[in-house]
Design a protein around this ligand. Structure first.
Ligand code: AP5
Length: 216
């Protein structure tokens, strides 16, 4: 079992790209943000605990996240997993290494979706997400066929609570402080690849698929 980590700032297009990669590569997409939102919607105790932190743009505790990812990877029902949103700190990267060792899985590569900062806030300010399947849209650039309705599953589209302007700014700061150091961390380990994320979703998908297929 192999794992590819998708690294990138909020709004870089990790979710948009990963969902499309599932059809293209037959991989499994694990989004920690989506897992937290689904737990919060179901009202589980850990989901409720995480909800307040997510709404403020803060990171939730490492142990909760690592436990969720480890549980999903333990199912072992895919040859390739695409991790979106984890790891987000050096400590989480160390935990991931431990989880992969236990499960005899390997980290094939870490792909940074590179998008200029000015583009990120614009993307997040118009984002809509499906309340059921997590498919991602944008009010101007990636509209659904029917307003307010998911093309894929027909559920209602909503604005994420953490897409309020002040929370977006906090999330971008948290990314710079806590997650961006992972770029150098993985680069020194020879695992980092970069993909230009500032082009159409289809072009990003093609570039990412080529990068993954080419291997480390
Ligand atoms: P999470 O859901 O992971 O949010 P994020 O990392 O901030 O990333 P986003 O989902 O905002 O952006 P994205 O890169 O997926 O972009 P998207 O494809 O949606 O996490 C949410 C929260 O959960 C965190 O803040 C934290 O509190 C908590 N959390 C999660 N993981 C954690 C962890 N490991 N540790 C601790 N806490 C954790 O696209 C954005 C917009 O751009 C959309 O409107 C889309 O339509 C548009 N778009 C995308 N690609 C393109 C393109 N190529 N061209 C034009 N528009 C595009």
């Amino acid at each position: 079992m192999d794992v590819v980590v998708l690294l990138g700032a909020p709004g870089a297009g990790k979710g948009t790209t990963a969902i499309r990669m599932v059809d293209r590569l037959g991989c499994r997409h694990l989004s920690t943000g989506q897992m937290l939102r689904s737990r919060a919607a179901r009202g589980t105790p850990d989901g409720k605990q995480a909800e307040a932190l997510v709404a403020k743009g803060e990171l939730v505790p490492d142990a909760l996240i690592a436990g969720m990812v480890s549980e999903q990877l333990a199912e072992g029902d895919a040859e390739l997993y695409l991790l979106d949103g984890f790891p987000r700190t050096v400590r989480q990267a160390e935990r991931l290494a431990g989880v992969l060792e236990t499960q005899r899985a390997s980290l094939r590569m870490v792909v940074l979706l590179d998008v200029p900062k000015a583009v990120l806030a614009r993307r997040l300010s118009g984002r809509l997400v499906c309340s059921d399947c997590g498919m991602v849209y944008h009010v101007e650039t990636l509209k659904p066929e029917r307003e307010g309705v998911c093309d894929r599953c027909g559920a209602t589209l909503v604005t994420r609570r953490d897409d309020q302007p002040e929370t977006v700014l906090r999330r971008l700061d948290v990314y710079e402080e806590r997650t961006a150091p992972l770029i150098a961390w993985y680069e020194t380990r020879g695992l980092l690849k970069r993909v230009d994320g500032d082009r159409s979703p289809d072009e990003v998908v093609v570039a990412l698929a080529e990068t993954i297929e080419k291997g480390p």
